[in-house]
Design a protein around this ligand. Structure first.
Ligand code: 6GU
Length: 239
């Protein structure tokens, strides 16, 4: 999978070089390419924003650097042998990102994330991409506002890339986790079988988990998942 990120703060994305995603890059499962939008400006101040047409607060990202950045990234990906990309604009006014969406996006060969800042990007950039036949999606992490798309790209990229086959060592660990089946994950325990907490209370692992009956364990976990979901996220059960 190839991922390009265009941002005025490409250093913000450097944590994607660490840990599991770093390993995926070293193993050739992921090619991560970071681009500074300011490299596609031509004035002394490397200007990427201007005042909003019609007036109002804040600044709007100018279309010209975005068009140049996309031309560069599209050429680079195509010459590396990739087909058609999906361009994702992290945006609080976009469709809600979810585990199901992460699963679907993990099957793509090439994603381009375009991080807006300030009040937003000139609308003509979206129209230009769409009219050029490029697939575009606006995705939001949730109903709150961040200062820019970078943090959202960190979250979305991690959620997507860990689902690419081969990235997580044990494929079962991405099957049995919260949201993979529409429910929250059941509680987890490890050794010791009885733990004395710092207040002196003995806390035992539920007996069913130590009995060796896999059918009973599975039934108990399912029940716990349902109960947790009912308590914490009843909205998930409506679907
Ligand atoms: Cl994707 N971007 C920004 N700027 N704010 C957000 C968001 C995205 N998702 C939630 N809030």
């Amino acid at each position: 999978m190839r991922i390009d990120v265009i941002s005025i703060f490409p250093e913000y994305l450097e944590p994607l070089r660490l840990s599991l995603l770093g390993k995926a890059q070293r193993e050739g499962l992921l090619s991560l390419n970071l681009h500074n939008l300011r490299d596609f400006t031509h004035d002394r101040h490397r200007t990427v924003d201007d005042t909003p047409a019609g007036g109002g607060a804040g600044m709007v990202m100018k279309p010209e650097p975005w068009a140049e950045a996309f031309a560069h990234v599209l050429a680079a990906g195509r010459s590396a042998g990739h087909g058609e990309p999906l361009v994702i604009f992290p945006n609080p006014a976009g469709e809600r990102f979810s585990q199901a969406r992460a699963q679907e996006l993990s099957g793509h060969d090439w994603l381009i994330f375009a991080c807006g800042r300030y009040e937003g990007i000139d609308e003509r950039v979206y129209d230009y991409l769409a009219d050029s036949g490029i697939a575009v999606a606006l995705l939001s992490l949730g109903d709150y506002v961040l200062n820019g798309g970078e943090v959202a790209v960190l979250a979305m990229t991690e959620a997507i890339v860990r689902l690419v086959p081969g990235v997580v060592g044990n494929p079962e660990s991405v099957v049995e986790e919260s949201h993979s089946n529409g429910l929250l994950e059941y509680p987890l325990y490890t050794k010791p079988a009885v733990w004395v907490d710092p207040a002196g209370t003995e806390r035992a692992v539920p007996e069913v988990l130590l009995g060796g009956d896999h059918g009973k364990v599975a039934a108990w976990r399912r029940e716990q998942s349902l109960e947790r979901t009912r308590q914490r996220r009843p909205d998930l059960l409506e679907n």
